[in-house]
Design a protein around this ligand. Structure first.
Ligand code: NAP
Ligand code: MG
Length: 491
C-alpha cells in the first residue's frame, strides 16, 4: 500500500486523508486545489475535511490508544519505529525535498535542509523514547512513592505551512516517543509532505490508527479538531491570533495545549562585535524561507558607533538578493500564497508611505513565472520602534534596523514588542554576553550565532505572545506526557 500511495503523491493526483492506516476521502467528497507558489499552477488536490472526518480520525486514534497494540508497545520499540521512520526519510530524501519545495515554493536547498532536520528529529526522539523515566520520592515511613510518565492519549497537531515537514517531525517525534497517538491537520496550503510522512510511518511499522492525517481548512477541520472532546492534548504552531482561537476551543474540554506562535526576534550588534562574522547571519536570519519563519531575525539593533557601517554592509547585500522559483534555488522563493504576498507587500508600502527610509531592495528574477507570489526583499532603517514593521510579525523578507546607545537601551528595545521567541547577541565582551542573554525575554538566545530552525536538541518556545510550552529536545517529552504519582503503603 505504501508504494501505491507514494506514486499518488509523486504524480500529484487526488490525495487522501490517512485514517486508521487507510487512504480515505472527505465524507463530503469536497476537495481543495493544491497550487505551486512558484507559478500559481494547480498540480494536486487534497480532501476538504469537516467535523465528521475529524470525528472519524479522532475515534481511530482513540481506539489505537485505548485498545490497540500501541498502549502495550514498549518504549524501546516506539523508539525503534521512530528511528526506522528517520531512515525512511533519509532513503526518500530527494523525493521529500522536491515535494516540500514544490508545495511551499521554498528553494530546493531549503527543502533539503528541512529533510535533514526531519531525519534528525525522528533519530533524536527514536533515541530518547526509552531514556525518559519517573522518580522515586522519599516519603513517610512505611510508604514508597514513585512517578510514572504517561502519555496524554490522543494528541492533535495543527501544523503551519512554512516548515510543514520539520514541524510535523518535532510534534510527531515527541508525541509518539511518549506513546501518544496522533491526529495531524496540516495547513491547507502545504499538506503533501504530511501525507507522505504518515504513509512512511505505516511502512516503518507504526500500527494503524497511531498516525492519522486529515487535510482541510483551519476554520473547518482545524476548529473541529481543537474542540473535539476525544482529543487529550493540542499542540499548535502558527499565528498568535489562531493560537488564541485554538486555546479557547480546547478550553471547553479543559485540555492542555502547547502554543508555538509568532515572533519579532531581535539581533543586537554591539560595537565590539566581529561584524564580518555577523553579516551572513544577519541576512540569512530574515531571508531563509523568504522570512516566513517564526524565529526570523526581523529586527537588528545596532550600537551607534557602528550603525552606518553595518547598515551600508547590509544594504549592499540586500540589493544583491534575488527571489525566484523554487527549482532555480536562488536566495529566496515566492511567498506561500497571494494573500501572504499582498500582506507583505502591504507592510512595505505602508512603511514607505509613512516615510520610513528604505535602504535597499532586492529583485525578482526576470524570468520568474508571472503567476508566482514574489516579493523582493526590503531593508528599512532607521525605523521608529513604534512603527508597524517594528512591532508586527510581517512573515516576509523585510528587515528593520534600529540604532541604540548602550546596553540598557539595547535590552529595552529588544524586549519592546509583545513577542519573545528568539534573540541574537553579537559582542566579544564575555560579561555582556551573559548579562544580555539573561535579560532578554526570549525562549532561545544565541550569542555570536543565530539559528532559525534546526537544532533539534535545543528546547524551543515563547515568552509573552510567542506562546507557551516547549518543543524540541528532551523538554518536549515532558509537554507530551503527564506525571502520575503512585503511593504504596506497605508498613
Ligand atoms: P494560521 O492561521 O496560524 O495557520 C496555522 C494552522 O492553523 C493551519 O493549519 C491553519 O489551517 C490552522 N487554522 C487556522 N484557523 C484555525 C482555527 N480557527 N482552528 C484551528 N486551526 C486553524 O496562519 P496563516 O493564516 O496561514 O498565516 C497568517 C500569519 O500567521 C502569517 O502571516 C504569520 O504571521 C503567521 N504564521 C506564523 C507561523 C509560525 O511558525 N509562528 C506559521 C505560519 C503562519 P489552514 O491554513 O488550512 O486554514
Ligand atoms: Mg502549496
Amino acid at each position: 500500500m505504501g508504494s501505491h500511495l507514494s506514486t499518488t503523491v509523486a504524480q500529484g493526483r487526488a490525495l487522501m486523508n490517512l485514517i486508521d492506516g487507510k487512504p480515505v476521502d472527505a465524507l463530503s467528497g469536497q476537495r481543495i486545489d493544491v497550487a505551486c507558489p512558484s507559478d500559481g499552477n494547480v498540480f494536486a488536490s487534497v480532501p476538504a475535511s469537516g467535523a465528521a472526518d475529524v470525528d472519524r480520525a479522532v475515534k481511530a486514534a482513540r481506539r489505537a490508544f485505548d485498545a490497540g497494540p500501541w498502549s502495550r508497545t514498549p518504549a524501546f520499540e516506539r523508539g525503534r519505529l521512530l528511528t526506522k521512520l528517520g531512515l525512511l526519510v533519509e532513503k526518500h530524501g530527494d523525493e521529500l525535498a522536491a515535494l516540500e519545495s514544490r508545495d511551499t515554493g521554498k528553494p530546493l536547498r531549503q527543502g533539503r535542509a528541512d529533510v535533514a532536520a526531519t531525519m534528525r528529529y525522528y533519530e533524536f526522539y527514536g533515541g530518547a523514547a526509552d531514556k525518559i523515566h519517573g522518580d522515586t520520592i522519599p516519603f513517610l515511613d512505611g510508604y514508597t512513592a514513585l512517578t510514572l510518565r504517561e502519555p496524554h492519549g490522543v494528541v492533535a497537531g495543527i501544523i503551519p505551512w512554512n516548515y510543514p515537514m520539520q514541524i510535523l517531525a518535532r510534534v510527531a517525534g515527541a508525541a509518539l516517543a511518549m506513546g501518544n497517538t496522533l491526529v495531524v491537520k496540516p495547513a491547507e496550503d502545504a499538506s503533501l509532505s504530511t501525507i507522505r510522512i504518515a504513509e512512511l510511518a505505516l511502512e516503518a511499522g507504526f500500527p494503524e490508527g497511531v498516525f492519522n492525517v486529515i487535510t482541510g481548512y483551519g476554520r473547518d477541520a482545524g476548529a473541529a479538531l481543537s474542540a473535539h472532546p476525544g482529543v487529550d492534548y493540542v499542540t499548535f504552531t502558527g499565528s498568535t491570533l489562531t493560537g488564541t482561537a485554538i486555546q479557547q476551543a480546547a478550553a471547553v474540554n479543559n485540555r492542555g495545549v502547547t502554543m508555538e506562535l509568532g515572533g519579532k526576534s531581535p539581533q543586537i550588534v554591539f560595537a565590539d562585535a566581529d561584524i564580518e562574522a555577523a553579516l551572513p547571519y544577519l541576512v540569512n536570519a530574515i531571508i531563509q524561507n523568504g522570512g516566513q519563519t517564526c524565529s526570523a531575525g526581523s529586527r537588528i539593533l545596532i550600537e551607534k558607533p557602528v550603525y552606518g557601517q553595518v547598515a551600508s554592509a547590509l544594504a549592499d547585500r540586500f540589493s544583491k538578493l534575488t527571489a525566484g522559483p523554487h527549482e532555480a534555488d536562488l536566495d529566496l522563493g515566492p511567498m506561500i500564497n497571494a494573500k501572504q504576498r499582498d500582506r507583505v507587500a502591504g507592510f512595505i508600502a505602508a512603511a514607505e508611505e509613512a516615510g520610513v527610509p528604505l535602504l535597499a531592495r532586492g529583485s525578482v528574477a526576470h524570468d520568474a513565472p508571472s503567476g508566482g507570489f514574489y516579493v523582493s526583499p526590503a531593508l528599512f532603517g532607521a525605523v521608529d520602534p513604534a512603527a508597524a514593521i517594528a512591532q508586527e510579525e510581517v512573515f516576509g523578507p523585510v528587515l528593520s534596523l534600529f540604532p541604540f546607545e548602550g546596553e540598557e537601551q539595547a535590552i529595552a528595545l529588544a524586549n519592546g514588542t509583545e513577542f519573545g521567541l528568539v534573540a541574537g547577541v553579537w559582542t566579544n565582551d564575555g560579561g555582556r554576553q551573559h548579562r544580555v542573554a539573561k535579560r532578554v525575554r526570549a525562549g532561545q538566545v544565541f550569542v555570536n550565532a543565530y539559528g532559525a530552525g534546526g537544532g533539534v536538541e535545543l528546547p524551543f518556545g515563547g515568552f509573552k505572545k510567542s506562546g507557551h510550552g516547549r518543543e524540541k529536545g528532551f523538554e518536549a517529552l515532558f509537554d507530551m506526557s503527564a506525571t502520575k504519582t503512585v503511593v504504596f503503603r506497605h508498613g
